[in-house]
Write a protein that binds this ligand. Structure first.
Ligand SMILES: [Ca+2]
Ligand SMILES: [Ca+2]
Ligand SMILES: [Ca+2]
Length: 255
């Protein structure tokens, strides 16, 4: 994701009817402030988080260890931060705070309440030593009216270094977000560090997601990337995995 200290420039298109030209306005200072305000800000997602039909912007801050949502506004500045929509990734390991770096972020409703939640994946900053394996952690922050809960959902995932903390899954790579059982609640598909491929089906009562393992056929090669599609229009999910050496097409329906 680039260097430690970044400077971004936020350009907003403006249509100048009289002149008939399309122009760009630099609104960086208005949105992030002057001086160092636009340093250490890294945009990772454009989305309509709150469903008001205005595009919102999610950025990483604090050297990739925190995220913040700026909401689209009809009034200048065109993107505005609201208190309550920033969360830090706090990762205690062996009773010490471990520096981590966010590597992925997606918005979906994992609780079935119609309010978007934020899935964040992250890694150790230092993962080269045997003590810090190259794994991907996943946590989900619940959206509630007018804020985000910065204590992540309990996922029943834990690490040996912090066994009491069940708020993160430990995966080999970034998971896919799908609705695997058709209940309109987002689920995750991924691969654990033990080479198990699983679906995590989320529920409305906020209890930990139900885990369902599925066979990958032959050797479980690392998933390089994947996608999903309803090919036959029967609302039966088909997941297509691109392994490092093959393509796996999986009919998936989790009850
Ligand atoms: Ca919006
Ligand atoms: Ca939700
Ligand atoms: Ca679901």
């Amino acid at each position: 994701m680039g260097t430690k200290s970044m400077l971004i420039t936020l350009m907003v298109t403006g249509l100048y009817i009289l002149s008939g030209i399309l122009a760009l306005d630099d609104v960086t200072v208005n949105v992030f402030g002057g001086g160092d305000g636009s340093k250490d800000v890294f945009p990772v997602a454009f989305t309509d988080y709150d469903g008001d039909k205005r595009t919102d912007l999610i950025v990483l801050t604090k050297n990739f260890s925190s995220f913040r949502i700026y909401f689209g506004s009809p009034n200048p500045p065109s993107l505005q931060y609201q208190p309550g929509f920033q969360c830090d990734i706090v990762f205690e390991r062996n009773q010490a705070v471990e520096p981590v770096r966010i590597t992925g972020l997606n918005v979906a409703d994992f609780t079935g309440d119609g309010i978007n939640d934020v899935m964040v994946s992250f890694k150790y900053v230092k993962n080269q030593s045997q003590d810090r394996p190259d794994v991907t952690f996943v946590s989900i922050f619940q959206g509630v009216p007018n804020s985000l809960k910065c204590q992540p959902l309990v996922l029943n995932g834990s690490t040996a270094a912090s066994p009491s903390d069940k708020t993160r899954l430990v995966l080999r790579r970034e998971p896919l977000i799908v609705d695997a059982n058709g209940d309109m609640i987002a689920d995750l598909v991924g691969e654990t560090v033990n080479n198990e491929r699983k679906v995590w089906s989320f529920r409305r009562d906020l209890s930990p997601p139900r885990e369902s393992a599925f066979a990958c056929g032959g050797d479980c090669l690392p998933i390089e990337t994947g996608g999903f599609v309803d090919i036959d229009g029967k609302f039966m999910l088909i997941i297509i995995f691109f392994d490092s050496e093959s393509v796996v097409i999986l009919n998936l329906f989790v009850y």
